[in-house]
Design a protein around this ligand. Structure first.
Ligand code: ZN
Length: 382
């Protein structure tokens, strides 16, 4: 099928795509809710098997399981990996406040953009192959995980094992504003500083005390030296706590810090800078823990080449695709860091991810489905 033919097919099945989207949104699926995740995992597994995939469920560690659906292809080239996640940031019961609704050309609901619309797109594309009793140009492996929104602690190993057998990775996270793809993402680190001082009576014997809070305050200001905004490296001290009560010199204090980097080089520099932290005041101890949970997705020549192919394929349906970077991480960070050419942001167009006004632009859905189908059929391994 050519671009306009694909587009017509997805315009014709837009209602069933929206029906799937409604089912997906109505299965609430907060990242760590085992029971809620199990219900959606079962629905996805059944649905993908009926579409003709051989489905494996990989047990998760502390949340839900991960679904791997393998579709055969017309060739035996290495597969295209399609990556998605079925967990959301929304707690159970959000639907009572924000029910699934369609109005003004938009679909709303918790997780509708990030990324239940992405899942509905994947199902719509594979449904067309099934209806036509045809196979995609190369094998298609679809991996849908359950813990992306909490940093993918349990699925990272599965993602890396599966991705290393694939030619390329297509990630169905929401598009950039205006529909652009994401060809670079920052790496995400989380560090913790635990400070131990010495308690003393603040009035009777203040000089015997060593204030952990003073050390923490000085340390927080010094962390600015690790930042390098021109290179894209940012540090955010997001949470601090310490002390017990006002008349005690505080013996303990801690902080949790978010670090973002655009390159592997910066990841290494920031990691060593954190681990080189030493106390600024005498008789105080500082313990640093944590590290980077997502490596940066750098725009390699292979990613640039893949995007160029995507841009040409997009033109056949009248899409002028742009590309951009984001400070947020996704599972595309893992595949890109393994050297697998990765395109991210292939999901729906919309806005308000993780916010009350989260929505999908319905008119974008047939286009995005056609784009995904064209990529599966037309991309060559760069
Ligand atoms: Zn997402």
């Amino acid at each position: 099928m050519n671009g306009p033919e694909w587009l017509n097919r997805f315009h014709a099945c837009q209602d069933s795509l929206l029906a799937d989207l409604e089912i997906l949104v109505n299965h609430e699926s907060p990242s760590r809710d085992r029971q809620a995740l199990a219900r959606l995992c079962a629905w996805l597994s059944t649905r993908l098997s009926r579409l003709g995939a051989s489905v494996e469920v990989h047990p998760g560690t502390d949340g839900g399981d991960h679904v791997l659906a393998r579709f055969a292809g017309r060739s035996s080239e290495p597969p295209a990996l399609i990556l998605g996640h079925y967990d959301t940031v929304w707690p159970l019961g959000t639907l009572e406040r924000i029910p699934f609704a369609i109005a003004g050309g938009r679909a709303r609901g918790p997780g509708v953009l990030d990324m239940k619309a992405g899942l509905a797109l994947i199902l719509a594309v594979m449904e067309v192959f099934r209806e036509d009793s045809s196979l995609p140009a190369r094998p298609v492996w679809i991996l849908i995980t359950s813990d992306e929104e909490v940093g993918s602690p349990g699925s990272r190993a599965v993602i890396e094992r599966v991705a290393s057998q694939c030619a390329l990775a297509l990630v169905l996270e929401p598009a950039l504003a205006g529909g652009g793809l994401k060809t670079a993402r920052k790496g995400v680190g989380r560090f913790r500083l635990d400070i131990a001082g010495r308690a003393a009576h603040a009035g009777v014997d203040p000089s015997a005390g060593r204030s952990a809070i003073v050390e923490l305050a000085r340390r927080i200001l010094a962390l600015g030296e690790i930042e390098d905004r021109p290179l894209g490296t940012t540090i955010n001290v997001g949470v601090v706590a310490g002390g017990t009560t006002t008349n005690v010199v505080p013996a303990s204090a801690w902080a949790e810090v978010d670090a973002r980097v655009a390159t592997t080089r910066e990841q290494e520099r920031v990691t060593s800078a954190f681990h080189a932290i030493r106390p600024l005041t005498p008789d105080v101890e500082v313990v640093v823990s944590g590290g980077f949970s997502r490596p940066p997705m750098e725009r390699t020549p292979a990613i640039a080449a893949l995007f160029d192919q995507a841009r040409l394929l997009g033109r056949t349906i009248g899409l002028e695709l742009t590309e951009g970077s984001t400070g947020g991480g996704s599972d595309g960070n893992f595949t890109a860091a393994l050297g697998i050419p990765t395109l991210d942001g292939l999901g729906a167009t919309g806005g308000g991810a993780h916010a009350d006004d989260e929505h999908v632009v319905i008119a974008s859905l047939p286009e995005r489905a056609a784009l995904l189908a064209l990529l599966i059929e037309g991309l060559k391994q760069p």
